[in-house]
Write a protein that binds this ligand. Sequence first.
Ligand SMILES: [Zn+2]
Length: 639
Amino acid sequence: MARDAVADVRERIDIVDLVQPYVQLRKTGRSYKGLCPFHQERTPSFIVFPESQNFHCFGCGKGGDIFSFYMGVENVDFREALTELARRAGVELDTVPTVAPEVDAHRQKLLDLNELAAGYFANILTNSPIGTAGRSVVEQRGVSAEMVRSFGLGFAPDAWDGLLRFFTERGVDPALAQEAGLLQTRDSGGYYDRFRNRLMFPIRNRDGRTVGFGARALGDAQPKYLNSPQSSIFDKSSLVYGLDLAKDGIRQADKVVIVEGYMDVIAAHQYGYTNVVACMGTAVTEAQIALVKRLSRHIVLALDSDSAGQLATLRSLEMLPRALDSEQIPVAVPIGERGYVPRAVIQWEKRLNAEISIVRLPEGKDPDDLIRRAPERWPEVVSTAQPFLDFLIEGVAGSIDTGDARQKAEAVRRVAAVLHDVGDRVIQAHYAGVLAKRLDLPESTVFNEVRRGTTRPSRPEQSASPSARPSLDASMIQRRASQEDHVIALLLKHRDICGNVMDQVPADLIMDSRNRVLLEVIRDRSIPLTMDPESILAGIDDLVADHGDRLLDSLRATPSQYAIQIERDILRAVDRMREARHREQLLALQAELRDAEASGDKDESARVAAQLAALAVEHKQFAPPTSPYFRDTRSDVTP
Ligand SMILES: [Zn+2]
């Protein structure tokens, strides 16, 4: 590619203009400030830097360039962000398909086979004498003919070669059908049907293409539910059952209800509640939340009432973001032996800007039962959803003996750790109150624990020095960009020997979204470490790959180095990037502090001073050591 479309877009779109529609920005000094769109807060800690065209949030740590912002706020990938921003900027992108045509053609074949099989199963359920057993289950469960049609339900007959013969007659390559997860191979050679004597639920992607099946056993056969195997077209963790039919319903209700079972979804839709979808199995994954969140950020989990169901789902939240901002990913803190990971949920809500609430269904009831028994009461059931923190406190407090002081102390510590991650003082105070009441403790005791969790020890003498005012200029921004490129170039080229160091590069220090994508690929352990950089680049989006090529080119002239030198080189550059960001933030906050002081706004001054102090503590390595001979005037910054 001759020109750099990404750079063109970046040049033409001003980050302040881009952010304005999402965040009400106020100019403070050389930067702009507003309420962070990536986490909930009452006082602004989200800052946009027009000079370097990037943003940073002091609350949740998110930061980056125009692409990172757009990707985060619209929840799209790099390619989608680039396409939209290029459109706005009037930059033409070369429309090269991101998937190689032969890969795409193969995928199409697998999808076609699944659809052919869906037709076969559906025909048996509705028309064939060998579908009687399936029909009686459908009738017994009260599924209407209309739902059978729109969900494409089918029946796999009790035979080893039903689908096999159907395919053979149509000249389908059985090896391909096996790859699609429809046939299995015999040890003795040959093939047989994977699904036998089961009610078939086609699983479709968002666009309505059948990518696989969920199959429910008739009678006592095990497993009760059998899914298509994981394949290039079927990835359970990023599919949501019923989404193709629920899109409009979710948008209209501005709420999505996630249930566990296919039958639950069908029952809901049959009675007009079309904003209901199912996670695949008992796990809700971040990818699934991200999918539905595009339609509404109000997410209700209606889990089966047996605690196993609830806990399994909460536990699944553990399978969390290997994604973008690795620095923000908390260590999941298990609550009791049951393994809640509440901090993960809080991070989800922040990262995805979603509101997650949880419905406790009555004991022994699933949504299917509830809806069929009293369809008109379903909205009432959904309205009992508790915000996640209430649910958590209820769960923690409910699981201990409130007469036991040690258990109480432990419960307080656990909830305090979660409230720590929430960040917002008002929310913290509210829930500290709720927990105190629940455990019959003085509110101040709980709140102190929460604060102990949140405030890092901050010594005033470590505050930033106004006399050592850092300066920020274009060349510094430039240097930082080139350091970032250098780090990524080295990691990409020497990925095989950078196993130790690659995880020490914080993703949120990376400003260029292409570098972020590259860093993710570099860290992807499913790609063999021995794979050469050119092959790695061949497998990713062209625009990112072009950038990667340029990075590799930049290293051509450098002489070969020992692994240890390369590591040192990378870590040194990372330090410099940290320092550059630190200076940028310091400068912005100092300008802000001057503004606030000039306007006489005491609260605002105190707030900014506290942020400055926190920054100094966070990066004390950049603050010069205190002198043993002179009084340290740096503490004068804090009031
Ligand atoms: Zn934030």
